[in-house]
Write a protein that binds this ligand. Structure first.
Ligand code: ZN
Length: 252
């Protein structure tokens, strides 16, 4: 019997790929369903793993479109359900999350978001969401971005969100069972900007420094060759190494 389960819903980086929506992960424990990030197309695939009425809470790591826009789709689905509007569920996100999602709707008044979601502003630190203990910390990315550590019953999953190299990510992922780390770049790409994204090798180095057990490379940009990402990461990490894929489920 597992204590918590991670299911990859979307792992495409920056834009959806042919086989995956943009970022979205489902974490389950004690019958509670927590969705982390809702990028382009995530709500479609999510319904293969959790009903629209069965989602208990949402965390948005940051407000780049590929991590948040489908929250508006969820608002529509929960508002106009044939059985009537569904109760509000909590949405944890950076300051400005409500306003950002209202812009996706595109109409200034009556975006309807406050009736379906209770917005909670993320700040660095530790708090509870349902059965999960959550620790949030700032990542290195051009907008305010939170990396996460989600724990329950002694099991833990850390998530890099989007980040350049980050000592805080190493701290959040310390001895985690799983580190979901973004690997947007290959180190062979010329002119890589700092404080934006990790290479596959840097993701592996972070996992190694954190002594995480299992590294899952994610935020996979569709034009990168996944095999090359694995080849770049493997020499820098001695634990279990996996590429994220829609439907990948890890029971802890
Ligand atoms: Zn981003």
């Amino acid at each position: 019997m597992w204590r918590m389960r991670l299911t990859v819903i979307g792992c495409a980086g920056s834009f959806p790929g042919p086989d995956s929506p943009s970022s979205c992960y489902l974490l389950e424990a004690d019958g509670f369903r927590l969705v982390v990030d809702m990028g382009h197309g995530a709500l479609g695939t999510l319904q293969q793993y959790a009903g629209i009425a069965d989602i208990d809470a949402i965390v948005l790591s940051h407000l780049h479109a590929d991590h948040c826009v489908d929250l508006y789709a969820l608002r529509v689905a929960r508002q106009y359900a044939p059985s009537g509007p569904m109760p509000a569920i909590p949405v944890y996100g950076p300051a400005g999350t409500h306003e950002r999602i209202a812009k996706v709707h595109g109409v200034d008044d009556q975006d309807g978001l406050a009736e379906r979601f209770s917005f909670e502003t993320l700040v660095p630190g530790r708090f509870e969401i349902g059965p999960f203990t959550v620790e949030a910390g700032h990542m290195n990315h051009p907008v305010e971005t939170f990396g996460l550590r989600l724990s329950h019953g002694g099991a833990s999953v850390a998530y890099s969100a989007d980040t350049g190299e980050s000592a805080e990510l190493v701290r959040l992922a310390s001895r985690a069972d799983v580190l979901l780390a973004e690997a947007s770049f290959l180190s062979t790409q010329p002119g890589l900007p700092p404080d934006l994204h990790l290479t596959a090798r840097q993701a592996a180095e972070h996992a190694s420094r954190a002594d995480a057990r299992h590294l899952v490379l994610t935020h996979l940009v569709p034009w990168n060759d996944p095999q090359r990402l694995l080849e770049e990461a493997a020499p820098a990490f001695s634990g279990t190494l996996t590429l994220a894929k829609t439907g990948l489920a890890i029971n802890l």
